[in-house]
Design a protein around this ligand. Structure first.
Ligand SMILES: NC(=O)c1ccc[n+]([C@@H]2O[C@H](COP(=O)([O-])OP(=O)(O)OC[C@H]3O[C@@H](n4cnc5c(N)ncnc54)[C@H](OP(=O)(O)O)[C@@H]3O)[C@@H](O)[C@H]2O)c1
Length: 267
């Protein structure tokens, strides 16, 4: 399959009201000339982005306000997208975390995280594969390095992202030879609203600018890479971690995160 060309094509980005999603939307419009369908709960943010991007008359933006932790809203978005657009690419990026001890995660919040990070993504992916295949399109799941390397104190989040690593990787093999590509994207720490809280304190020095993470994400999708980790340091670090005993690496990660939480008085 040839690399993707987003110019004049419809690209869906979920979680486009901030952070990585907003940056990917910006780059898809400004560098690649894509038409965008942007989804998030904060409609005012989506409208602001629409105004910014449509300053270029060649770009069209269709904002959809939806809570993707609710299955009926996920289905509404799928209907709206497939009935109004010839979808060429979809970036399933919306996600939330819990950074803190496992017993400080309320059951309701855990359920919402599971619904958004896992259930909604699987629902969208399965419903969008057909339309994407019809146009030699591409699907990108935004997972995380925490899905490859276990991160204690983000334990449940890390597990939701591990699901996406396996799901995306498995799909890309099940669908090999079909007329579409599946990319799983696994960034390490990125400087966004997700990592802005006090708890991340000393860990913030590891964060990558959202613009860089977005650029590498869009490029991985464009080149139809099955799995991509942005940043040379993170890529080599992950390879090294893979060679060491899992118990050792998880102890080191746990110690770093515990220290950050203790400093923030959150343990
Ligand atoms: N930041 C990192 O270090 C990092 C690292 C690896 C992977 N990631 C992944 O990257 C993705 C984007 O995260 P980010 O860092 O850019 O965080 P962010 O700035 O907090 O953005 C999260 C996006 O998800 C949307 N969202 C949250 N809950 C939603 C819901 N119920 N329904 C619809 N949209 C919802 C938010 O929009 P509204 O609040 O307006 O709904 C926002 O646009 C996530 O999947 C995250 O797991 C992040």
């Amino acid at each position: 399959m040839k690399p993707m060309n987003f110019r004049g094509r419809a690209v869906l980005v979920t979680g486009a009201s901030s952070g990585l999603g907003r940056e990917m939307a910006r780059q898809l419009a400004t560098r690649h000339g894509a038409h965008l369908i942007l989804v998030a709960r904060r409609g005012d943010r989506l409208e602001e982005l629409k105004r910014e991007l449509e300053a270029d008359p060649a770009v069209r933006v269709h904002p959809i306000v939806a809570d993707l932790s609710k299955l009926e809203e996920v289905d509404r978005v799928i209907d709206e997208v497939t009935s109004r657009h010839e979808l060429y690419a979809a970036i399933l990026n919306a996600g939330i975390t819990h950074f803190g001890a496992h017993d400080k995660l309320e059951w309701r919040d855990f359920q919402r995280m599971l619904d958004l990070n896992v259930t909604g993504v699987v629902r969208m992916a399965t419903q969008l594969l057909g339309p994407l295949e019809a146009r030699e399109g591409g699907l990108m799941l935004v997972s995380s390095l925490t899905g490859i390397v276990t991160v204690p104190y983000q334990t449940a989040y890390s597990a939701t992202k591990a699901f996406l690593i396996h799901y995306g990787w498995g799909l890309s093999h099940e669908l090999a030879g079909k007329n579409l590509s599946i990319t799983t994207y696994a960034p390490g720490g990125v400087d966004t609203e997700m990592t802005i809280g006090e708890n991340f304190g000393s860990l913030r020095r590891w964060l990558m600018p959202a613009s860089q993470a977005a650029r590498e994400g869009v490029e991985a999708l464009r080149r139809r890479k099955p799995l991509h980790i942005p940043g040379v340091t993170y890529r080599w670090g992950t390879a090294l971690v893979g060679m060491l005993p899992r118990g050792l690496t998880t102890r080191i990660v746990a110690a770093q995160y515990r220290r950050a939480l203790e400093k923030a008085g959150a343990l």
